[in-house]
Ligand binder design. Structure first.
Ligand code: FPP
Length: 216
């Protein structure tokens, strides 16, 4: 969800205002994604490196996440959304960890998944998985078992990864899982990401030939 900071600065606002606008965009994107037949939406909300942001921005983001989690419970349950967090949850403030666990439990029966990456890093995930993997017997040390050591092993790899704000980087997002993902990069800043932008990304995805490393 990149470009919140620039969006705010362009308007003479605070970076946190950009994140607030970004949270509103996420709610809209969830509707469009559902309508388009998407079953799982994963968003990168806070990276392992984001702890180095100015303290007031970190605190503000934690508050915003707490607010979203507190306010959305009823709606998510009603809409059949299963809310899940992936990342180093133990890094998060204890109160937020509790409300995440509460929302995950309350929405566990949902069939449409919203996955929020928090204190997440692709390398951290691979490293955390490698520690579990090392405990496995030698006969089980293959790709399938490695995947089982990732944070949410039941999730399929993402089909499409959308990067807003025009950056041509992976930025440590889903490094293991993105092996065969299609990428769509748009210069639009996340708070401005519209239904037309979303539809353009989906149309681009459908126009691609996916060989997944094999031949047709
Ligand atoms: C990156 O843009 C975005 C973030 C560090 C935070 C994204 C978080 C939200 C939108 C909070 C809402 C999330 C939920 C699940 C309610 P940036 O600020 O680095 O943008 P810049 O590259 O323009 O500086």
């Amino acid at each position: 969800m990149d470009g919140n900071g620039r969006w705010a600065l362009e308007r003479g606002k605070k970076r946190l205002d950009g994140h607030r606008a970004g949270a509103a965009t996420l709610e809209r994107v969830m509707h469009w994604a559902k309508a388009a037949g998407v079953e799982i939406l994963t968003v990168y909300a806070f990276s392992t490196k984001n702890w180095k942001l100015p303290q007031d921005e970190v605190d503000g983001l934690m508050k915003l996440l707490g607010w979203f989690i507190g306010r959305k419970k009823k709606q998510l349950v009603k809409d059949g959304v299963r809310f899940r967090v992936m990342g180093r949850k133990a890094d998060l403030p204890e109160k937020l960890q509790k409300s995440i666990a509460d929302l995950e439990a309350a929405t566990a029966a949902g069939t449409w998944q919203l996955v929020v990456c928090l204190s997440y890093g692709g390398r951290a995930e691979i490293l955390d998985a490698a520690k579990k993997f090392a405990e496995l017997p030698a006969t089980e040390r293959d790709e399938a078992h490695f995947k089982n050591c990732l944070y949410l092993p039941d999730l399929p790899d993402p089909d499409l990864i959308i990067r807003t704000s025009g950056e041509f980087r992976v930025s440590n997002f889903l490094l293991w899982e993105c092996a065969y993902s299609e990428f769509y990069i748009t210069p639009v800043l996340w708070p401005d990401f519209s239904e037309a932008d979303f539809n353009a990304a989906i149309a681009s995805f459908h126009s691609r030939e996916r060989r997944m490393g094999g031949h047709k």
